[in-house]
Design a protein around this ligand. Structure first.
Ligand code: SAM
Length: 284
């Protein structure tokens, strides 16, 4: 069932956003997920596995997985909005099924169906309450012994790492104000594992990942990173300006200037927020 009453208010739903998601996927795969589609090396999918990708967006992860597994593996992708769904070329991908559905409320018939569930980059949409609802649903729809993997941005360590007076400090204050205003979670690496453990998931494993952002580092990935992350920050501009720049930036132009300052700091070696990979398992 389609349900677009989303709090997905801080990012857009247009073609530019679809391109941003598709362009970002190979970078995040290479530098944050260390070229892995399935993060936990101990997970091996049987030929009749059933897999779910939550908030699938443009479907980059499911198309990548589909190219690696036999076509007997059934792959479901859900998103609250079908706006970014990929065009699936049947019959090559007739094992892929896409649904307009919120990750906080999954079909009752899906109980104990899935061997693996994946979710990437959804913290711009889920409040702590939503995460909790979602994790209860994921516990229900995983098979006993089934695996969950998440990849999210994480600002837990931001306070310790930022130089006072820097562009990073301003961007941190803006970004946190935006997340707080929308009741979104910024310390994913701390809160999400706690929630998973409280719900009964086991083998909860968390790994923080840095990624290249220095555009002057030759072919080390930094120029792509600088482009991917600055496009992400640019996509937040409407939401930031809707809140009058939270008293931190007075206009869209000043916000654009702040992103340029930030890029210079990246070139001087400053890092930005972390990404976190979280793996967990439903007990047997
Ligand atoms: C930043 S995109 C990430 C897309 C994809 N996972 C990726 O990594 O490219 C966030 C996606 O979450 C979807 N979304 C937002 N709220 C949702 C919800 N409650 N349930 C399912 N999908 C949701 C949005 O429509 C959007 O496609």
């Amino acid at each position: 069932m389609s349900n677009d009453n989303s709090r997905y208010v801080i990012l857009g739903k247009d073609d530019a956003e679809r391109r941003r998601l598709n362009d970002g996927y190979p970078y995040f795969k290479k530098y944050v997920r260390k070229n892995k589609v399935i993060y936990d090396d101990t997970v091996s999918l049987p030929d009749d596995a059933v897999v779910l990708d939550l908030a699938t967006g443009s479907g980059a992860w499911i198309l990548d997985l589909a190219s690696l597994v036999p076509s007997t593996v059934i792959i479901h992708g859900i998103d609250i909005s079908p706006a970014f769904f990929p065009y699936i070329q049947s019959p090559n991908n007739n094992n892929i099924h896409l649904h307009s559905q919120s990750c906080t409320s999954l079909p009752p018939t899906w109980s104990s169906q899935f061997d693996l569930i994946n979710q990437n980059l959804v913290r711009g949409a889920l409040t702590q309450h939503d995460w909790n609802l979602e994790f209860h649903e994921l516990f229900r729809v995983l098979k006993p012994g089934g695996h969950l993997q998440l990849c999210e941005g994480d600002c837990t360590n931001w306070d310790q790492e930022i130089r006072p007076g820097s562009a990073h400090e301003k961007m941190r204050d803006l970004y946190k104000a935006l997340l707080d205003k929308n009741s979104l979670v910024w310390d994913c690496s701390k809160r999400l594992p706690e929630m998973l453990t409280n719900i009964g998931f086991v083998n909860v494993y968390t790994e923080l990942r840095k990624y290249p952002l220095n555009a002057d580092d030759g072919d080390g990935g930094g120029s792509i990173g600088s482009d991917v992350i600055s496009r992400f920050l640019r996509s937040l501009k409407p939401a930031i300006m809707k809140n009058e720049g939270f008293g931190i930036v007075g206009s869209g132009e000043v916000y654009e200037g702040l992103i340029e300052e930030l890029k210079k700091e990246w070139n001087e070696g400053t890092l930005f927020f972390d990404f976190v990979l979280i793996c967990a398992q439903k007990p047997l």
